[in-house]
Design a protein. Structure first.
Length: 432
């Protein structure tokens, strides 16, 4: 019984909201229909039994009067009933009550021939009985039960259908809200649910839609303000940094000058990265997609990156016109930006050797360091956060830019820790 109950609960949980409402309405209506049907059946059964008892008593009185006057049983007075003296089939309880001087009835609904008995004492030690068959009454009750079952089934079906129709609108509005929330989560900040339901009415779904739209609008304003702030700061920094770079180049040679030039270069790189992030956030990047041989292109990009990396099974000359490798559709400049950032990240934060391999339309950059932090694998790259100290220090914009440029060219970047040590970043490009 418990196992059946658990299976029913699991089946109910697996249903959608519309079907849950329909099932609950159908079950509720079924319970009401069964209750009403049982009450009607019991009430009609009592009416039939009372009428049969009265008829049997009346027949018993008439037969008894005739017997006392004539000493014979007049069967014309009982119609379909069966009148006898000391009938051996009379129920013992009825016979005992009659011998005690009582005129009583007994309802026998067992067996294939239901009947009502009426008995009275006669002649001192004898019992006069009348047995009235109830076959017609039982057939009437069976017909009534059939009508009740048919009516109840129709009511349950109408309730289930009506519940499905009423819940379909609610389910549709909730699905629209969920789809809009997914679009907002995917970056479509202009997505809105809009008005739902009957105009001029307010319910829980309407309040949910309004709350989601308000949240999306507030989130959009905050993100746009952040993007404008990032772009403005980066843009305003370019002019003084250009002058600072020029001044640093005029300093006399020496160790202090090298330190100043190095820090200025870091600031310039950070500023350019911030501008690039701002452009990616504003969705202003337009890729120039062309067909290229992937292996030769990866070999060329790796050499130009300046990172000492091992090309694992990658062949190709100085351009992408080699014979080996799959054809991919990509923007060379943006792909170079992605792979260079991944190579620099592996060289700076991982452990050597850094290897680059190509499989089909995918490129994998792997190191032998401590691996990516669990939060980075779970949540993706976050700006100005490089994870644990074991992965080194930095601005945290390299992976952010790599992911953003990959989205622009239709590629996918997946970060893993393949083990036993090290981190791997796999870029999958669209095939031609």
């Amino acid at each position: 019984m418990r196992a059946l109950s658990r299976r029913c609960r699991r089946a109910l949980r697996s249903l959608g909201l519309r079907w849950k409402i329909s099932v609950l309405l159908a079950v509720g209506c079924a319970l009401v229909a069964v209750t009403i049907g049982v009450l009607i059946h019991e009430a009609r059964g009592r009416q039939v039994a009372d009428a049969a008892r009265r008829s049997a008593i009346e027949q018993l009185v008439r037969v008894g009067q005739v017997y006392e006057l004539t000493g014979k049983l007049d069967f014309d007075k009982v119609g379909e009933a069966d009148a006898r003296i000391d009938c051996p089939a009379v129920p013992p309880a009825l016979r005992a009550a009659a011998l005690e001087g009582l005129r009583t009835t007994y309802l026998d609904l067992t067996g294939p021939r239901p009947a009502v008995w009426a008995a009275r004492p006669i002649g001192g030690s004898h019992v006069l009985t009348v047995r009235h068959p109830l076959a017609a009454e039982q057939a009437e009750l069976a017909e009534l039960d059939g009508l009740l079952i048919a009516s109840g089934t129709g009511v349950v079906a109408l309730a289930a259908g009506g519940g499905a129709l009423l819940a379909s609108r609610l389910s549709k509005d909730l699905r629209t809200a969920a789809e809009t929330a997914r679009r907002i989560s995917a970056g479509d900040l202009d997505a809105r649910i809009g008005p739902s339901g009957v105009p001029g009415t307010r319910n829980e779904v309407t309040e949910l839609a309004s709350a989601v739209d308000t949240m999306a609008a507030s989130l959009q304003r905050r993100l746009e303000a952040e993007q404008r702030f990032t772009a403005d700061v980066a843009h305003e920094l370019r002019t003084p940094l250009t002058g600072l770079h020029t001044a640093a180049e005029l300093l006399p040679a020496g160790r202090p000058t090298e330190l100043v030039r190095d820090r200025v270069a870091v600031l310039r790189t950070l500023t350019e990265d911030l501008l690039e992030v701002a452009r990616l956030d504003a969705d202003q990047e337009e890729p120039r997609l062309e067909a290229h041989r992937l292996e030769a292109l990866v070999a060329s990009i790796t050499r130009r990156s300046g990172v000492a990396a091992v090309l694992d099974g990658v062949t190709g000359g100085g351009d992408d016109a080699g014979e080996g490798g799959a054809w991919v559709r990509t923007d060379v400049r943006r792909l170079e930006r992605i792979l260079t950032n991944l190579l620099v990240n592996a060289h700076r934060h991982g452990g050597g050797p850094v290897t680059v391999s190509v499989s089909g339309t995918s490129v994998t950059v792997r190191d032998r360091g401590p691996g990516f932090p669990a939060t980075l694998l779970r949540e993706g790259p976050r700006r100005f956060m490089t994870g644990t100290a074991e992965r080194g220090q930095g601005t945290g914009l390299g992976l952010t830019i790599a992911f953003g440029q990959a989205q622009v060219i239709g590629a996918e970047v997946i970060l893993t820790n393949p083990g036993p040590s090290g981190a791997a970043a796999t870029v999958t490009l669209p095939a031609v």
